[in-house]
Design a protein around this ligand. Sequence first.
Ligand SMILES: [Zn+2]
Length: 119
Amino acid sequence: MPTYDFECEPCAYHIEMVQRHDAPQTHTCPICEQETLKKIYINAPSIIIRGEPTTVAQQAERNTAKMGNYELETKRANDKLNTELSKKQRETRERHRAIVSMTPEQQTHWVKTGERPSV
Ligand SMILES: [Zn+2]
C-alpha cells in the first residue's frame, strides 16, 4: 500500500500514513480534534521496496530529514505558545507533546481510530 502525507492546516501537524488509495482523504487531527487532517501531495506516493538497500536507505534519510523539520516546527509552535498561554493553549501543547512522544505507528493508529495508545 502507498504512503500518503497528511497535514492539518490550523496547527501544521504532519503525519505519513500507509493506507489504501480509496481510504478517507480527511481524518480527525489529534491536536485540533477536528476533521482538518487532509491528504496532501508533496511528492507522488512513495512505496518502500523491500530487498533494495539503496531505496530503503534513501527512505530512512528522507524520514530523518523530515523529523528534523518537524521538531523545528514543534519548537517554533511552542515558542509562539509561550508568549501567550491560555488554559486551552496549554492543553493543546500537552496533547502535542503526547503525540510527539509516540511512535509513528501509534500516531497512525490514533489518527485512524481515535484511540490513545495505553502506556
Ligand atoms: Zn490540527
